[in-house]
Design a protein around this ligand. Structure first.
Ligand SMILES: [Zn+2]
Ligand SMILES: [Zn+2]
Length: 248
């Protein structure tokens, strides 16, 4: 057993000890006896330690095509893939997919893997519901539209003549009315982006522009105020963005 495996076993052991002491005893006993069965690899999949699965495979300590002890899965491999998916264990998932040649739901899993990758790379804006603590930008929120209708003699039917969005936002998860307006949520979503060219300010950068006035007493220019513009298009960033990026 190489140092990486030993070290990873130690790390898992520590995490498991804190989270579920009962499982920790079983895990430590098995690892102590060099038993790398479905249970041990399940734990490795859950905490995303591919080195341990690799070790078991290399030393023929397990056959992933064997029947799983969990009746929901045909094979150990499927059980571990499912565990890795549910726990967002990307390293283990990659390893298992590379090793899995008889995979009938590979395309699903590959898609899921792509999603996992793109989701973690992407910035997700957040607005937390004060009632249920969910991020409504992820879970969803309802808005209320106010429509004005009228009978049209030209069309011989009722037609919509006006539509506004009310300043109401309702959490889809708990139905609580929230103290925020739809427009404000849009601002939250674009806080990193230039409002004019939509470029990501964190990538293109911003330029500070100092407004300086001449002071006759001291014979010098002094800074009146500083504005910040998008490096891409020279538009000023808004006050919310100034606040968000802690700029003065
Ligand atoms: Zn809620
Ligand atoms: Zn711009």
């Amino acid at each position: 057993m190489n140092d990486i495996v030993k070290n990873d076993l130690d790390l898992i052991s520590k995490e498991l000890y804190l989270e579920s002491p009962g499982l920790w005893i079983d895990f430590s006993d098995k690892v102590g006896e060099n038993v790398f069965d479905e249970f041990v690899l399940y734990i490795a999949s859950k905490y995303d330690y591919p080195s341990i699965i690799e070790y078991a495979l290399k030393n023929n300590l397990i056959d992933l095509n064997d029947k799983s002890k969990n009746s929901n899965f045909n094979t150990i491999s499927k059980h571990l893939i499912n565990t890795a998916k549910n726990n967002n264990s990307k390293k283990v998932l990659n390893l298992l997919l590379d090793n899995n040649d008889s995979c009938d739901d590979c395309s699903d899993i590959n898609k899921l893997e792509e999603n996992l990758n793109s989701e973690t790379d992407k910035y997700i804006p957040s607005f937390t519901c004060t009632n249920c603590d969910s991020n409504i930008l992820e879970k969803g929120y309802k808005i209320i539209e106010n429509k004005t209708l009228k009978y049209s003699t030209k069309d011989d039917k009722i037609v919509e003549i006006k539509k506004d969005v009310l300043d109401t936002v309702i959490c889809v998860n708990c139905n609580e009315k929230l103290n925020v307006k739809p427009k404000e949520l849009e601002v939250v979503c674009t806080i990193n982006n230039c409002t004019s060219c939509k470029a990501d300010l964190r990538k293109v950068g911003i330029i500070a522009k100092n407004q300086m006035t001449y002071d006759e007493n001291t014979n010098t220019f002094k800074t009146e105020n500083t504005g910040y513009v998008c490096s891409n298009c020279n538009s000023y960033i808004n006050n919310n963005q100034k606040e968000y990026f802690l700029l003065k």
